[in-house]
Design a protein around this ligand. Sequence first.
Ligand code: IPE
Ligand code: IPE
Ligand code: MG
Length: 246
Amino acid sequence: MNKETGPLPFDKENIPRHIAFVMDGNGRWAQKRGLPRTAGHSAGSESFHKAAEILAELGVRHMTVYAFSTENWKRPLEEVSAIMGLLEKYLRRSIRELVENNIRLDFWGDLSPLSPKLRKLIDQTDELSKQCTGMQVHVCLNYGGRDEILRAARALAQDCLEGRLSPEDIGEKELEGRMYSHDVPPPDLLVRPGGEMRISNFLLWECAYSEFYFTDTLWPDFGREEIYKAIAEFQKRNRRYGGLSR
Ligand code: IPE
Ligand code: IPE
Ligand code: MG
């Protein structure tokens, strides 16, 4: 299914503004094929690139992807190094193409433990893509939802200590202003391929009223058809935000 064939299974006027993805299932995708897990991560990066292009074409404003969690360091060093290596390769190869498509890439997470080489590449990516005015892609790297909230809490404490803020003035806006996601609307739709039905420390604050979509499809197989299905399902939901049905 693509834009040239057949009618769209959803209303083009009601596209989610922000879609977040837990890019899960790469390892199992590879294992099913008798390949090393790293082959799954490589296929996963292709899947990411295609998904970004499709979302941009649909007019989605923000795409957030979970690429590496604060817990993923528990994996064997070999796998962690391979993931970081793939990320480097991806950025080197694809950043220009994303910029040509007016797609902006930025990174959410604690980048300090990453290699200087990768950090430099991330800085260059920021620099190159900051002129882009189209879809924004937020790559969560060494990201944890708890860590994000903790850092914001620490920043608030520091501001209070130094007299810039008093505790009674702390509201949601003050906390949100100190998070990675500070200038981005919360995800309307949060998609998790790979069959697990959990949040795994992703966007804990931001997903308070996101619609969740789970599927057994593994991330490297998650293509246009799956994206269309998720959006169609999203459009059937009745978002009440604690109020009554519209
Ligand atoms: C997600 O795929 C990618 C990362 C966590 C970096 P996995 O590697 O978790 O794949 P599965 O869940 O083992 O299949
Ligand atoms: C979540 O997947 C993290 C990323 C996709 C980057 P995991 O594979 O790490 O999650 P768990 O361990 O199954 O909860
Ligand atoms: Mg997994």
